[in-house]
Design a protein around this ligand. Structure first.
Ligand code: IVH
Length: 671
């Protein structure tokens, strides 16, 4: 590394990439601890030499630019981030800095709150009604995800109690309970969909779904902790009262908050909370310490547009273990992406034995200078996939030579490609055995072919019985006789596999589309495409512009789909699958008969514009059912003013509660 300027430039790039991976792609490529470390290093370099603080430095903003799929929403008051303190000394420094501006802070008291690890949102209420919900975006402008937030069961649509400001933004964090997150990932694994790395990313991703139905099915929750009501009086003088007020208005507030008189008491309490956090059923990545009197918040103000001075996040180090990195290996994914990973000397982290860990991409390996044979720090902090943080260096330690990323695909030896603006390096060869293997494994999982796991796929490929997914269905290539020649097959198991393959021919078009592994086409996208076009022929003829007209399908998916079908090799594959008897149609299911088909609604209270009879008519016209009482089968309860016991029952059963506007939106939605 040549001097601080070069290092700062490198850090800016790494942090921007990480931001984009985190905020835009919902695919983090480094742990929080690592991110914080890089961020601080950059902040320190910039503090030493302000010339290095470029206007586009990630230290000068809060998050990523909002993605384009949603309407933009300008926050009344910017959504700030929080500074971090990693130990008692840093917390004391924070107080010292504040006391220089406002001496009373030392004795004004602090509230301590659990720092929920999810996605930040802002909920706008007008006269007590939920009108807009938005993500943080870049802090000033976020994405309007109102329709999605309405599906979050504990977001109050109408406030209870009284005394709320006419117009206010309530800030909170949407999150997944640990149990729901685990269940969600199990479902995804079974469906062959990529699993979420951690609950935070799952929350951010679920919030930014184009189809609110998907958001609803995910089961997000929310905790609220802050109010912005510019120019209006808040019925709370302290943060502690504000939390009580939020609760009284019907907002879910995390219950473990406490009030302490000063910093020494805060330290004791934080130690207690640190032990409590792992026992909670939601991810918490620290404790937020807030100056209690709200009058002092304005006096303290903010640092740039980034963080308030009156609050700070006290973070705890995640469990990190040191072990030996034996070897750097590469897995070629079905898109051709070369994924480097570390083979480790087994090490126990958080009660799990870890033997491999992701290295994310070659750029990160280079930036951190990770080499084979190094002792490395490995963490699993809340994440599912263990990560290598970086090497541990000791003076006089002999090291291997710096790691050289391959110029050729480790499987097929094609020259690798490195698209501009992408961190990933790709094998461009569509017939690369590595890619073919991964794509057949994916195909078998999605098509639900029992007994065709990775080992069997490998055996079939090695024996040259198959070269692509169509070969699975070709009796000339795959039959009992040929399978019997392989190790591990008996008459019965061979027949079972062939039956399973045969059974998969009847899968609907949507499943087949997802199984084909077209770039950007997930289970949900495939469903939208299949329902819209009905059969493969119609889809194959469609142009990108037409495809992108479908609600929920963005331009990237549309381009990828159209691109897939113009490729002669793909055309041949699809034609062969058709000839071999695979189903190419999407059956007309209840769901495709109307936007509310297969759903049951109960209406209660007085709706603002629809009479009860009109509401029922509307629901039925959209294919839904109307029931008189709330039960487990109820899709949602539609509530108007003065709702009574039905609302209680819905809440008790965990049935979603929606208002008239949401009902109208759902009934008009394209299926
Ligand atoms: S206070 C101006 N309190 O952490 C108000 N934030 O890293 C600043 N967070 O953007 C936020 N739990 O999304 C606050 N009890 C809590 C929180 C909390 C989670 C999130 C929030 C914030 C981020 C900062």
């Amino acid at each position: 590394m040549k001097g601080p300027a070069a290092r700062a430039a490198q850090l800016r790039r790494l942090i921007e990439r990480a931001n984009s991976a985190y905020y835009v792609l919902d695919k983090p490529e480094m742990s929080d601890a690592e991110y914080d470390r890089l961020f601080r290093e950059l902040q320190e370099l910039e503090a030493q030499d302000p010339e290095l603080r470029t206007p586009d430095s990630p230290t000068q903003r809060v998050g990523a630019e909002p993605a384009t799929a949603f309407k933009k929403h300008r926050h009344l008051v910017p959504m700030l981030s929080l500074a971090n303190a990693f130990n008692e000394a840093e917390l004391a420094e924070w107080e010292d800095r504040n006391a220089r501006l406002v001496p009373e802070v030392r004795t004004a008291g602090y509230t301590l709150e659990v720092k929920i690890d999810g996605a930040a949102v802002s909920l706008t209420y007008e006269k007590g009604l939920f009108v807009v919900g938005a993500t943080r975006g870049n802090g000033l402008v976020g994405e309007d995800v109102t329709a999605n937030l309405r599906t979050v069961i504990d977001v109050p649509l109408r406030l209870t109690g009284k005394g709320w400001p006419k117009l206010m933004e309530v800030r909170g964090e949407v999150y997944f309970s640990k149990s729901r997150f685990a269940q969600l990932n199990r479902e995804r694994e079974q469906a062959g969909e990529p699993m979420f790395a951690n609950p935070r990313n799952a929350a951010a991703g679920s919030l930014r779904q184009l189809d609110p139905k998907i958001t609803r099915s995910r089961g997000l929750q929310i905790f609220c902790f802050h109010i912005e009501a510019p120019g209006q009086k808040l019925p709370a003088a302290t943060q502690h009262e504000l939390l009580e007020q939020l609760t009284a208005w019907g907002f879910p507030v995390e219950q473990h908050h406490t009030l302490v008189p000063d910093l020494p008491h805060a330290d004791t309490e934080i130690t207690r909370l640190e032990k409590l956090l792992p026992t909670l059923d939601y991810g918490a990545d620290g404790v937020v310490v807030k100056v209690n009197p709200i009058t002092l918040h304005a006096e303290l103000g903010t640092v740039g547009n980034r963080e308030p001075r009156w609050a700070i996040a006290r973070k705890f180090a995640p469990e990190v273990q040191i072990t030996k990195l034996k070897e750097i290996r590469i897995n070629v994914g079905r898109t051709g992406a070369l994924n480097p990973y570390a083979v480790l000397e087994p090490v126990e982290i958080g009660g799990v034995t870890v033997t491999t860990a992701t290295l994310h991409n070659f750029e990160l390996i280079k930036a951190k200078d990770i080499r084979e044979g190094d002792l490395v720090e490995v963490t699993r902090a809340g994440e599912v996939i263990p990560q290598v943080l970086g090497p541990v260096r000791k003076k006089g330690m002999r090291r291997a030579r710096p790691y050289q990323p391959p110029e050729r695909c480790p499987v097929c030896k094609s020259k690798v490609e490195h698209p501009q603006d992408e961190v990933m390096v790709y094998c461009p060869n569509v017939s690369c055995p590595g890619r073919v293997f991964e794509s057949i494994v994916h195909f078998a999982a999605v098509m639900d072919i029992r007994g065709l796991g990775p080992e069997r796929v490998k055996a079939l490929l090695d024996a040259k019985l198959i070269e692509n997914v169509a070969d699975l269905y070709d009796p000339k290539r795959l039959n009992v006789m040929r399978l019997l020649a392989l190790e591990g097959f008996a008459e019965k198991s061979a027949q079972q596999l062939l039956d399973a393959i045969d059974g998969s021919k009847r899968q609907p078009l949507s499943t087949l589309l997802f199984a084909l592994g077209i770039r950007h086409v997930g289970a949900q996208g495939a469903k939208l495409l299949a329902r819209h076009f009905g059969n493969m022929k119609a889809l194959a003829k469609a142009r990108a512009e037409e495809i992108s007209q479908i609600r929920g399908i963005g331009p990237a998916i549309a381009e990828a789909v159209a691109g897939f079908f113009v490729d002669p090799q793909n055309q041949k594959l699809v034609k062969r699958l058709d000839e071999l008897g695979l189903n190419m149609d999407e059956p007309i299911t209840a769901e495709s008969k109307g936007p509310l088909a297969g759903q049951t609604y109960v209406v209660t209270g007085t709706l603002p514009s629809l009479s009860r009879a009109k509401a029922a008519e509307l629901i039925e016209a959209a294919g839904g059912h109307v029931a008189d009482s709330v039960s487990k089968k109820t899709t949602a309860l539609v509530v108007g003013a003065d709702a009574g016991s039905k609302l209680e029952k819905a809440k008790a059963l965990g049935i979603p509660v929606i208002d008239e506007a949401e009902l109208l939106r759902r009934a008009r939605a394209k299926p």
